[in-house]
Every structure is written in structure tokens, then in C-alpha cells.
Design a protein around this ligand. Structure first.
Ligand code: GLA
Length: 376
């Protein structure tokens, strides 16, 4: 009698313990990831029911890793990054980070707004790139909080005068991983003074797996009939040029490497692709327009990007030069990744005819991006 009862009790105990330990498929895990300026950094891990895993931290709102399967079901991390916080401090190529207050370039570090001229720090020749030099959104500590079973929300208060920009800006960026294998990025901001704002995420993708060679064999379709050509400082000239007949025509899926070194002035100026494309209005779903589709033939992994924003910067990692040593000692060389930065057009504050980037008191800036993963 005793042994049976004992066995039953032991069985119940084990069953209860394992039920407590069992994690629901879509739990958010949190772990300490060091400290920056004495502030604790947390690494949040979102997992969906297919085992896809996205990690993000509250330093720079950085997307630390995205693990997705290939056509055989083998998982790889498809974004560049580092194994520890220290690797991201500093982070000159802006790997994985939220970019603000103004993503991309502002010419001559200057813009005029409501009759006043504002001067910004220059960090890219004569330009201000990705918000400036000190309290830019990629290198500050955000507050992080989880919501529901698959969302992490980062908030930050950017002060009036930070990096020369006017207004106290409250910004909120959330990452949601869906069971449809999509990462949704939701950007919101309000300000107490009129200010330019342009927010993006600067993830570097390699669908063959980070560190696994260059991206020249990936095929990309960019849903854009026009792009914004640049001058020698990579500032838009103001023209919206048709892609037709140029090496920037990706309206049909084309290998990234097929024309990247063509003798075409725009490619020579940017040392490859580093251009803002004007996203076509269709196809559109719930206010989001299809921006790009990427396919990596060896692994079969695919990525689809949708956004509410009017532009997308296609950047082929031309400035990666092997000086960044990332995850597991991987050396990130030239063109080892591509970025698809959903955004407003570069230098819009100096181009009144570009879609508006001025956020005024009482208004809410609200944009979305969807990065949907798959395999074929
Ligand atoms: C953006 C720019 C590039 C480069 C990277 C960061 O994509 O357009 O020119 O500055 O950021 O290295």
C-alpha cells in the first residue's frame, strides 16, 4: 500500500512542479544584460509558437537577435550584433538600434523652422547623420516594459535642446512578435514644441545568417518606381527620379550584387546602394504599403517589409570594413548585411516639397513597420 501511495504522491508532486516550470510557448523572458551609465539594461526575449525568437534591449532599443528557420527548419540569427552590451558601446554602424530624433541625413547640420534656424552637431562630413552625437536614440537608456505575451515597449524622453533639436519629445517604440512570424514595430511621439522627427530601426540583415558571407546573392524586390538621387554628400537633390532603366530598378526581384558596381553615378557616390526609395502606394493593407521582399536562395529564408512611412533606405553595408567584430567573433566585412530602414525622406526639413516631418504640439507622430519572415 505504502509504496503505491508514495509513488502517486511523488508523481503528483513532479507533475505540479513541471507544470510550474513549463513555459507557455509565447512567454517573454527577461534577463540582465549589464549596465550603461549605472542604469541596468534588460534583454527581452520574445518567442512565438513556431519557435521564432526576437531579442531586444532597452539600450538604444536595439534588436539584438532574430532567430528564424530556413527551408529545412534550421534556425539562424539573421541580424548582425554582439554577444554582450559592451560590443554596442559604442556602436558606430548603429547596429539594430532605434534611430532618432532624425533618422538619416540633415544637410549642413541645419534647418529652419517657423522662422528660426537651428544648428545641429555635424557627424558625417557637413551633415548631421542619425540625430547627432550625444543623446541620440541609439545610445541612450530607454525604459522597457512588457505588454501581454508578445510585446515589449520602450519609452524615452528626449529633452528640449538635446543635440540641438527643439522640444521635449516623448517617444514610444514597441516590438511585437506575432504567431504569423512578423515583427511589428510601432513608433509614437509627441512634442511640446515643433520639431522635425524621423524614426527608424537600423537592423542589418543577412538571411543566410549573420557573419555568413556577403549579401550579394540575396534577391530583392523594392516596391518603388522612384528614388531620391543624392549629391556627393549623400543629400537628396530634391529630384524624384524614376528607377526605370537604372541599376536602382528593383521592381522585379533582382540579385543585390547584379549591378551594385555598375558605372552609374548614384552607385559611385554611395559606394553601392545607400538610397531612399519612394514606396509605391499599392499594394496596401491596413494603411501599410509593401516596401520590399527579399529571398536568400541557399537557405530559402524570406523577408517582407511593410510600412506606413513614405520611404525606405536600402543600404548594402558599404561602410562595413571588417573593423566590427560581432557575435561569436564574426567579422563584419563590406556588404555582409543590408538594411531596410523604413523612414521619411532624408533631409526633409530642408525640402518643403517632401512629405512633412514636422511634429507640432498636440499632434501624435505614429508610424508602423512590419518585418515578416518566411521560407520557400
Ligand atoms: C545609413 C546611412 C549610411 C550609413 C549607415 C550607418 O544607412 O544611409 O550611409 O551611414 O546608416 O553606417
Amino acid at each position: 500500500m505504502m509504496p503505491t501511495r508514495f509513488c502517486l504522491a511523488a508523481f503528483i508532486l513532479i507533475a505540479v512542479m513541471s507544470a510550474q516550470n513549463a513555459k507557455p510557448a509565447s512567454a517573454i523572458q527577461q534577463q540582465p544584460f549589464g549596465a550603461h551609465d549605472g542604469k541596468p539594461i534588460t534583454l527581452y526575449t520574445l518567442t512565438n509558437s513556431h519557435g521564432i525568437e526576437v531579442r531586444a534591449m532597452n539600450y538604444g532599443g536595439i534588436l539584438v537577435s532574430i532567430r528564424v528557420p530556413d527551408r529545412k527548419g534550421e534556425f539562424a540569427d539573421v541580424v548582425l550584433g554582439h554577444d554582450s552590451l559592451q560590443g554596442y558601446e559604442p556602436n558606430p554602424p548603429y547596429i539594430g538600434a532605434i534611430i532618432g530624433r532624425y533618422a538619416n541625413r540633415i544637410a549642413n547640420g541645419s534647418f529652419a523652422l517657423d522662422g528660426k534656424t537651428y544648428t545641429l552637431p555635424k557627424n558625417d562630413g557637413p551633415n548631421t547623420l542619425h540625430g547627432g552625437v550625444s543623446k541620440t536614440f541609439d545610445r541612450v537608456v530607454w525604459d522597457g516594459e512588457t505588454k501581454g505575451k508578445n510585446e515589449v515597449v520602450f519609452t524615452y524622453l528626449s529633452h528640449d535642446g538635446d543635440d540641438g533639436f527643439p522640444g521635449n519629445v516623448k517617444v514610444r517604440v514597441s516590438y511585437t512578435l506575432t504567431d504569423g512570424n512578423a515583427l511589428l514595430i510601432d513608433y509614437e511621439a509627441t512634442s511640446d514644441k515643433a520639431t522635425p522627427i524621423n524614426l527608424t530601426n537600423h537592423s542589418y540583415f543577412n538571411l543566410a545568417g549573420e557573419g555568413n558571407g556577403d549579401i550579394l546573392n540575396h534577391q530583392i524586390m523594392i516596391n518603388a518606381d522612384r528614388f531620391t538621387p543624392v549629391n556627393k554628400n549623400l543629400i537628396p537633390t530634391g529630384e524624384l527620379r524614376p528607377v526605370k532603366g537604372t541599376p536602382l530598378d528593383f521592381t522585379k526581384p533582382t540579385k543585390i550584387g547584379a549591378r551594385i558596381d555598375d558605372n552609374y553615378e548614384q552607385l559611385t557616390l554611395a559606394h553601392g546602394y545607400d538610397h531612399n526609395f519612394v514606396i509605391n502606394q499599392k499594394p496596401e493593407q491596413n494603411g501599410l504599403k509593401l516596401a520590399a521582399r527579399v529571398y536568400e536562395p541557399t537557405s530559402g529564408r524570406t523577408l517582407e517589409v511593410w510600412t506606413t512611412q513614405p520611404g525606405i533606405q536600402f543600404y548594402t553595408g558599404n561602410f562595413l570594413d571588417g573593423s566590427v567584430v560581432g557575435k561569436q567573433g564574426h567579422v563584419y566585412k563590406r556588404r555582409y548585411a543590408f538594411c531596410l530602414e523604413t523612414q521619411h525622406f532624408p533631409d526633409s526639413p530642408n525640402h518643403p516639397d517632401f512629405p512633412n516631418t514636422i511634429l507640432r504640439p498636440g499632434e501624435t507622430f505614429h508610424e508602423k513597420a512590419v518585418f515578416k519572415f518566411g521560407e520557400k
